[in-house]
Write a protein that binds this ligand. Structure first.
Ligand SMILES: *[C@@H]1O[C@H](CO)[C@@H](O)[C@H](O)[C@H]1NC(C)=O
Length: 391
């Protein structure tokens, strides 16, 4: 029992072999220097491993579009071309409209080419599939003087969406105003994209650009599309989705005016550019009216639009003792990794490797007795050498 206790309260230390060789000495110091440089330069200075990071950014975005356009000889204002109207972070600017007026519930011919028919029997094969604009009845009825089409029950007359119209080009000069507030909850730090240095006069006149007005919160649609590397005419014609990204990378150890937004722009629906099947972005909506006799009629609108998604991301870092200590311990421990490399070179590739091996790995015979008969040197299970005195 007592011997167990004395065995436990011991301290083992490793025995070192000092090698006085220029070659291995230089390799050792170079490796140590590389490891220290890596930790100081990359881990601490560049990656800022001494900070805690808050990546759960909280954000609110409000948007407002301004500008007037002319479409079909009518002046269009914000209420006509922006949808939804709440000024959220996702909104559409309508660039092109196909309207079908005075639709009422009833029976009428389809308008798509694939429903052209000569006889009722051509239409019965479509019966159980959904029609384009209504429920098919299975009859073949005249569409105009020359062709016949399958009949539908639904909102009539059916929309003809193959009409060529030109988009509203004034959209290029519309402006988008973005108000963005963010908060980093761990540090309870709030900031907005209106920097304190910005004055009311400046906001009234500025337009964002990548060089001179990097903090102006007003964006010209044409510039946004150009920064996203898109062709405005094409985009307005087919519709599409553009992302306005606001990045907040903040180092809260530095002063407050160093924590600023950075804007970048991309096309988010990149797939519809390459894919010919469903190019662009469009949607339908209707406005409903009532006739004097009580029947409903509506105006159906197929709208082609540029959708803008304002995406906010970011993180903030601030000095903290715990990550600093953990990373410093990791750095000091890693310096020792150099010895592994030096050992491999020393024991295998250097001149006189055999002698070094003999010095490094001492072979100890079982119960080898030293000067005093009561002192024995033995190898313990842990691989360490210990000298014990038996009294
Ligand atoms: C946009 O504004 C510029 C300058 O004010 C003008 O020259 C241009 O014609 C406008 N573009 C459209 C499509 O109205």
């Amino acid at each position: 029992m007592w011997s167990c206790i004395t065995d436990f309260f011991t301290y083992e230390t490793t025995k070192s072999v000092v090698v006085k060789s220029w070659t291995i000495g230089i390799i050792n110091r170079v490796v140590q220097l590389l490891i220290i440089t890596y930790f100081v330069g990359w881990v601490f200075v560049y990656e800022k491993a001494y900070q805690v990071r808050d990546t759960a950014i909280e954000s609110s975005v409000m948007t407002k579009v301004k500008g007037f356009g002319i479409y079909n000889d009518k002046v269009m204002d914000v209420a006509d071309y922006v949808t939804p109207t709440q000024g959220a972070s996702v909104f559409c600017i309508i660039t092109k409209l196909i309207t079908t007026e005075n639709q009422v519930q009833g029976y009428c011919p389809e308008s798509e080419k694939k429903y052209i028919c000569t006889h009722d029997s051509n239409c019965t094969r479509h019966l159980n599939k959904p029609g384009s604009y209504g429920i098919l009845t299975g009859k073949c009825v005249p569409f105009n003087a020359t062709i016949k089409m399958c009949q539908i029950k639904g909102w009539c007359p059916a929309e003809i969406d193959t009409i060529k119209t030109t988009p509203m080009m004034e959209v290029e000069n519309f402006t988008i105003f973005i108000k963005n507030s963010i908060r980093f909850p761990i540090f309870n730090y709030t900031k907005g994209n209106f920097l304190p240095t910005i004055t009311g006069d400046y906001i009234k006149n500025c337009n964002f650009d990548m060089v001179n007005n990097t903090y102006c919160p007003i964006f010209r649609v044409g510039d946004v599309v150009r920064y996203a590397q898109q062709n405005f005419t094409k985009l307005a014609d087919k519709g599409g989705v553009i992302g306005i990204k606001i990045g907040w990378m903040c180092d809260l150890d530095k002063s407050d005016d160093q924590c600023n937004p950075s804007y970048s722009f991309t096309r988010l629906d990149a797939m519809s550019q390459k894919n010919a099947v469903s190019p662009g972005y469009n949607f339908r909506f209707a406005k409903y009216y009532k006739m004097e006799n009580g029947t409903d009629y509506r105006t159906l609108v197929k709208a082609y639009a540029i959708r803008f998604d304002v995406l906010v991301n970011g993180n903030a870092g601030k000095f903290n003792m715990i990550p600093t200590l953990i990373n410093m311990v990791a750095a000091f421990t890693s310096v020792g990794v150099g010895t592994v490399l030096c050992d491999i070179i020393l024991l295998n590739f250097l001149k006189g490797a055999e002698q070094y091996k003999a010095k490094k790995f001492e072979e100890v015979k079982y119960l080898l007795s030293l000067r005093h008969s009561d002192t024995i040197l033995r190898s313990s299970d842990s691989g360490a050498f210990s000298i014990e005195h038996y009294s």
